[in-house]
Ligand binder design. Sequence first.
Ligand code: HEC
Ligand code: HEC
Ligand code: HEC
Ligand code: HEC
Ligand code: HEC
Length: 334
Amino acid sequence: MHILLLVALVWISPATASPGKATPDKASDNNSCKQCHNAQWRQWRSSLHSSAGKNAVFRYEYNAHPGKWCLTCHAPRTLAQNAIALRKRPAMRQGVDCVTCHLRSGEFVSRTKAGNSPHDTRIDPEFGSPAMCAGCHQFNFPKLDTKGNLVHYTSQPMQNTYAEFRKSPAAARGLECINCHMPTGREHSFPGAYDADMVNSALKVTMCQDKNELQLRIANRLQAHNLPSGGVNRSIVIEVAEKSSKRKPKRYRLERLFDGPIGKRVKTKDTTLVPGQWHNWRIPYSLLSTATPKSIVVKARFFFGTDPNKNYPTTQRVIFKTETKFSDIPVCLP
Ligand code: HEC
Ligand code: HEC
Ligand code: HEC
Ligand code: HEC
Ligand code: HEC
């Protein structure tokens, strides 16, 4: 791959491709990275980092509360663009881009530097560490002024992923966020909650039949952080129904809820699962159907955004749907 890259470098006209031209100054333009880092570019393009300033869920919330504070994480490079209205800053569409992560005060930063690198890269062993991710993935509810500027943080975590991770078995084993979120070859797509395979690697639902009730065990197999983690207003909903019954499916929701005035939010409910934890959910058969159940349908969905009933385009994803013959469900062990 490096040979191919070198060939490509020789091929492109020297004015654009001479390694010397990739100076930090010139490189402060995110688009300039594309010509030499096409693979990382394409992966990044498909990531939520890339759409952080423009995806439908963010835009919906942001339009309701536009403010600079949001942009410090969702489109940090807009903050240098003072002259233009908050919503219209060009860097809004770049979200969290190459420059956001890899350039500090005009200097390239990474954990390692390749032998053939044209950059004057500063090697920082902490680059890509959980502490770096925490800069945006761990924060408390804010008190904002009328323009959406931060006045101060309150003491209640709004996103708690890093704190959850620090206490986790994965952290104790020396794993980092990027071991899972930049899987093979340091992929820049940062898959997470929108990726059904990722969620399925964490969520495990098993069933057994007891005398009068169906028992479901909803488990977080992930050793790294809560399920779900990240933003407030996210939830995973497990739905159970008897296939031929007209009864409404029974629902269990994994979520964190808050109440109270902005600046003084308090947690009112937390059914998210910590690493390794499970919840036992019992459903009397009579709630599923009037007759003896024949076939049980279990469906898990991930909801994004404030209000699951609002129909933004990306509001929910199916994580799995299974149908099991009742007679195939094992009897619960005493
Ligand atoms: C003229 C081609 C070229 C351009 C333009 C370019 N790079 Fe590179 N970059 C390379 C090559 C070659 C390497 C070393 C091999 C590799 O890692 O792909 C490299 C390596 C890197 C590395 C790993 C650290 C290192 O120094 O080895 C990072 C991070 C990086 N580039 C970021 C960027 C970013 C961000 C931009 C845009 C602001 C950019 N590059 C623009 C050619 C370029
Ligand atoms: C959210 C932060 C983040 C963003 C955004 C980001 N990177 Fe990276 N990048 C990393 C991390 C973390 C590593 C891995 C560091 C390590 O372990 O060596 C990395 C590694 C690299 C490397 C080293 C080669 C490799 O793939 O391991 C290159 C080149 C690179 N990034 C280029 C880019 C380019 C180009 C963009 C924009 C398209 C970009 N990065 C966007 C965080 C980021
Ligand atoms: C400059 C702020 C910033 C930094 C630094 C940053 N992120 Fe993010 N990240 C975001 C934002 C904002 C989003 C959400 C975008 C959206 O959905 O609107 C996000 C989304 C993600 C997602 C997708 C979550 C989902 O719901 O699927 C993952 C995974 C992720 N980041 C991991 C990381 C890791 C790992 C690091 C450290 C290497 C990191 N991020 C560094 C701001 C950042
Ligand atoms: C052992 C693997 C692993 C490690 C380590 C890990 N994650 Fe995750 N992460 C996952 C999986 C799997 C999911 C999808 C299931 C879920 O949503 O929790 C996920 C989901 C997420 C999400 C989406 C949040 C949600 O649930 O809606 C974010 C944001 C995130 N991770 C950030 C991080 C950050 C930041 C770190 C480090 C502090 C980290 N992760 C460490 C595996 C990991
Ligand atoms: C300190 C950093 C930070 C600030 C400030 C911030 N966010 Fe976020 N936001 C994140 C991260 C990180 C994620 C990704 C977490 C996850 O995937 O659950 C996220 C996720 C979101 C999501 C979910 C997007 C999706 O695709 O599901 C919305 C909506 C959102 N933020 C809106 C806002 C708004 C509106 C503001 C300002 C009022 C704001 N955020 C301020 C870091 C921040």
